[in-house]
Design a protein around this ligand. Structure first.
Ligand code: SF4
Ligand code: SF4
Length: 369
């Protein structure tokens, strides 16, 4: 039976040591130096956190990873792609400001920061997914695809649509450009909210399909012409254009796993999950809510699926924290993620990732002191 190795270290720390030293030892003992980093660009895929959220990973973790890669001769950079929804990370300028505000400036992070899909989320690369079941190609932020090596550094937590958020989600959803995220979230087309539209006509200039016309000085999208590229969403400074978030959660999990495969296939990749402040929701929210279980440790593997599964099982074995949403809702203590988000099914994400060859659902745990 094929089994992947997942290395972990707990959150205990003795005098003279530090959690960052432990992270460095974890990377080394997992075998990160087997990757030839010499003079290679290495994308460290991370989520900088929506301003207001305090559960996202501290930049100190990123610096430790970047420093190790630099010691191995690599050229690391921290990266993420823009978001679809209204927030502080919809275009590169706002995204960089949000990252800086959360402490991710080059001095603190130990390397430069690039928004992978460009100013307005349209700088992407179409990547074939040969084993894809629901997508045959993925639209991935260019800087991520231009890198020679991908390392994902993931805050492990709950998620309102996908059950949990770990390596697969950070790689898959997080690396999708605007159109990529639209494809993952929605099988349909965007619409204009008339009340917010000022009739400035900017969106129409960005639409290569001439799908946007105007009635009573309000934009109107012709869904017969629209190809769902998402360019108009990024062009509207007034957040008047949005998509219906109606793709089923299972479909979203499948697409996300296929996007993650597009990111890692054919090049060296390495993954780290930090199980601390396990918030019930994504770090995309400006609020993070109380942690649902205690901080459990840092996990690393070459296999993003085995890594996520090991973290799911570690969280599910932990006692709910008093005062958390899990303590309020924890009817079936065996599955914390489903207790928190009953309409989600995290197994879809893992099972599909295994089916398409992203990784394995069998692992052995190896502790690093
Ligand atoms: S860019 Fe936005 S505000 Fe301007 S016309 Fe289009 S939808 Fe309306
Ligand atoms: S999604 Fe693309 S094709 Fe559709 S209206 Fe917007 S810019 Fe035009």
């Amino acid at each position: 039976m094929d089994v992947s190795s997942v290395f972990f270290t707990n959150m205990r720390c003795h005098f003279g040591d530090s959690l960052l030293n432990k992270l460095d030892r974890l990377m080394t003992q997992t075998g990160i130096e087997k990757i030839d980093f010499k003079s290679k660009f290495c994308a460290i895929k991370i989520h900088f956190g929506e301003p207001g959220n305090l559960a996202f990973l501290r930049p100190n973790f990123a610096k430790t990873v970047a420093d190790r890669i630099k010691k191995l001769g690599g050229l690391p950079f921290l990266t993420d792609c823009g978001t679809l929804y209204v927030g502080r990370r919809t275009h590169a300028l706002a995204h960089l400001e949000a990252a800086f505000e959360n402490g991710f400036h080059p001095l603190a992070a130990g390397c430069q920061i690039l928004i992978a899909d460009g100013l307005k989320g349209s700088d992407d690369v179409e990547v074939p997914v040969p084993t894809g079941v629901v997508v045959k190609s993925a639209m991935i932020g260019r800087a991520i695809m231009d890198a020679d090596i991908v390392v994902s550094l993931n805050h492990f937590k709950g998620h309102e649509l996908t059950g949990f958020g770990g390596a697969i989600k950070n790689l898959g959803m997080g690396s999708g450009s605007r159109i990529g995220k639209m494809i993952m979230h929605n099988d349909g087309k965007p619409s204009v909210e008339k009340k917010k539209c000022l009739g400035c006509q900017t969106c129409a200039k960005f639409c290569a399909q001439s799908a946007i016309t105007f009635q009573d000085k309000k934009a109107l999208i012709d869904h017969a012409k629209c190809v769902g590229c998402g360019r108009c969403l990024g062009s509207c400074n007034y957040h008047a254009i949005s998509i219906a978030w109606d793709s089923s959660n299972s479909s979203l999990n499948y697409k996300m796993a296929e996007y993650a495969l597009a990111v890692v296939q054919g090049r060296p990749n390495f993954h780290i999950n930090v199980i601390n402040h396990v918030s019930p929701y994504c770090d995309c929210h400006q609020e993070n809510d109380a942690a649902v279980v205690p901080d459990l440790g840092i996990y690393a593997s070459y296999d993003p699926v085995a890594l996520d599964l090991a973290c799911i099982e570690a969280v599910n074995q932990a006692a709910p924290l008093t005062g958390s949403i899990l303590a309020e809702r924890g009817k079936d203590q065996a599955d914390h993620f489903t207790n928190i988000h009953p309409t989600t099914n995290w197994r879809d994400q893992i099972d599909h990732a295994v089916k398409i060859g992203l990784g394995r659902n069998k692992y052995k745990l190896i502790e690093v002191k």
